[in-house]
Design a protein around this ligand. Structure first.
Ligand SMILES: [Zn+2]
Length: 559
């Protein structure tokens, strides 16, 4: 069993490592470059990625925590290197000691003295004059003791306090660097929630839920910060593994948040905790402005909170004023400019000022349908048919190049408006404007309402042949208005013949067989005979076609 106190370790660390090396080690640790880690008692083994250009393989570190002098690293440096220091920090983290405290206590204890020590110098002569005082301050440093119960902390949130003070407390308890290694990052959600949620255990229900909401927002922010610190690194082989961890964190937060929002009693929150909600507006406003490339779904989060819990006329006015301020900033980064536009769209949609919303959406170009459609789904659910109709008509020019899935949602919404309000002409205008992409929606309608002539005409015009359809699809027309199909067959036969190759001729003949049977069933075989004679004369020079047609004559009736 390992008999190691943190104070003992800290003393040894400051005895053997120079402060600049510790700082470098901190950098290595916080970039998550420790890729393999195993500990058995006082013996820790790990591999540490290097970021130098002549990097060949990870450095293998073996630490002996009981006596650091027996520790090794296979990098080029001799003595106590940053790789070893990084593994010390990793050990602290895993032992549930805050490793940043180890570094910080060094800063305060050493003052400026440590800064002058040359980098990578082995501190064999470490027993300098300041040693005794360092040891004293380390030994008495409260910060190095294992964390105390949150309830004894004087700054711990109490019922009646608000988000501004909560976040000060959160920040004092949880430093992002604690979660910068890959293994610790994946534990962030559980660790932070496990540490911060019990604080509100005895609170009134709604107050506790609002507190919980902020803990989640805090974890989201942490996730973004940790991801951001890794983004500055080179892309390496653990990049995708890391992204996976961050995405998982973000989606756990999102799931937690949506579950929580369903539970919170909105009226109760408004009546009893209005000032808390107002503070929430401000926290959300600053949190939700995303760093570029963040995995955290800030816009969804922002929308989810504003749509219901935070929404009020006064609240909306306050937030719109904040957004206005952001829009007046110079050189807004692209990710924030985009966020701003979406936020403004949200308020225009939620407030029902559709003209303003259309103006905003119009500035989003090809992204407009994707941003607008979710709001239209809400309009359909709340039966705001007039608004929905106006939006569907507005969207027509934007729908020409959207992915098929969006076109599907678009016509589903039209179906709902038609079901509720009729509006056949408006619907048809939209469909025509979006042909040929809307063809399926249009022809389905024609078929189901028995408008077979229009059905055939539009396929004929667009160059489809009967061979593009399954027999069952044409069945209704065949049984009710077979004659409507004849011009389409004739036209298609000519199309195939015009291709002038054997394959196309074979297809033409297959159509001819079918056409022959149509004429027969319509008892108009004399027309068929004349047509066949015409084809034979007209294309007498097309030898291959004539050969294929010979089979037709021999085969007789195809049906
Ligand atoms: Zn090393």
């Amino acid at each position: 069993m390992l008999h190691l106190t943190l104070n003992g370790l800290a003393a040894a660390v400051y005895r053997y490592f120079s402060y600049p090396v510790l700082e470098q080690g901190w950098q290595v640790y916080s970039e998550g470059r420790i890729i393999e880690y195993t500990a058995e008692g006082a013996l820790v083994q790990a591999y540490v990625e290097d970021d130098s250009p002549d990097w060949e393989h990870p450095n293998r570190v073996e630490l002996n925590l009981e006596d650091l002098r027996y520790s090794t690293c296979d990098c080029h440096s001799d003595g106590y290197c940053e790789h070893m220091a990084a593994v010390v920090f990793e050990w602290c983290d895993r032992a549930d000691y805050d490793p940043s405290k180890l570094l910080k206590s060094g800063t305060s204890a050493l003052g400026g003295a440590g800064g002058g020590t040359p980098v990578r110098e082995s501190s064999s002569g470490g027993e300098d004059s300041s040693w005794a005082s360092i040891l004293d301050s380390l030994t008495t440093a409260r910060s190095l003791l294992p964390r105390e119960e949150p309830s004894t902390d004087p700054e711990a949130p109490v019922q009646g306090s608000g988000p501004a003070s909560w976040y000060k407390y959160f920040r004092s308890r949880v430093h992002p660097n604690r979660f910068s290694s890959l293994a610790s990052a994946s534990a962030l959600y559980d660790k932070v929630l496990g540490e911060l949620l019990p604080i509100a255990a005895g609170w009134e229900k709604t107050a506790a839920q609002l507190y919980e909401l902020h803990v989640i927002l805090f974890v989201m922010k942490l996730t973004e910060e940790i991801q951001g610190s890794h983004f500055r690194q080179q892309y390496d082989f653990s990049y995708y593994q890391r992204m996976e961890v961050y995405r998982d964190l973000a989606s756990r937060c999102w799931d937690h948040l949506t579950g929580l929002l369903k539970e919170i009693h909105r009226t109760e929150a408004r009546e009893r905790y209005d000032s808390l909600l107002q503070e929430t507006e401000e926290v959300l406003h600053s949190h939700a402005q995303p760093a570029s490339g963040t995995v955290v779904p800030w816009m969804q989060t922002y929308t989810a909170l504003w749509w219901d819990l935070l929404w009020s006329e006064a609240g909306a006015a306050r937030e719109k004023a904040r957004l206005q301020k952001v829009s007046e900033e110079e050189e807004l980064p692209a990710s924030r400019a985009e966020w701003l536009m979406h936020a403004q769209l949200l308020f225009a949609m939620r407030g029902g000022t559709d003209e303003e919303a259309m103006e905003l959406a119009g500035r989003m170009g090809h992204a407009a349908p994707a941003k607008v459609l979710p709001y239209l789904e809400v309009m359909a659910r709340t039966r705001a048919w007039e608004r929905l109709r106006a939006w569907l008509q507005w969207l027509v020019p934007w729908m020409t190049r959207v992915p098929g899935g969006q076109l599907g949602s678009y016509f589903d919404l039209w179906e709902q408006v038609r079901g509720a309000r009729g509006l056949d002409q408006e619907w048809r205008d939209a469909v025509f404007a979006l042909l040929p992409r809307s063809l399926d929606y249009y022809t389905e309608e024609l078929m189901s309402t028995g408008r077979y002539r229009e059905w055939v005409d539009i396929h004929l015009v667009l160059g489809y042949t009967p061979m593009d359809f399954r027999a069952s699809e044409l069945k209704p027309i065949e049984s009710e208005h077979r004659e409507l199909l004849l011009p389409w067959y004739h036209h298609s036969v000519e199309l195939f013949i015009a291709e002038k190759n054997r394959d196309a001729y074979k297809r033409a003949v297959r159509l001819l067989k079918k056409l022959q049977s149509h004429y027969k069933k319509l008892k108009r075989t004399e027309v068929w005979d004349r047509y066949l004679a015409y084809l034979t004369t007209r294309y007498s020079r097309l030898r291959a076609l004539q050969q294929e047609m010979e089979k037709l004559r021999k085969g007789g009736d195809a049906s």
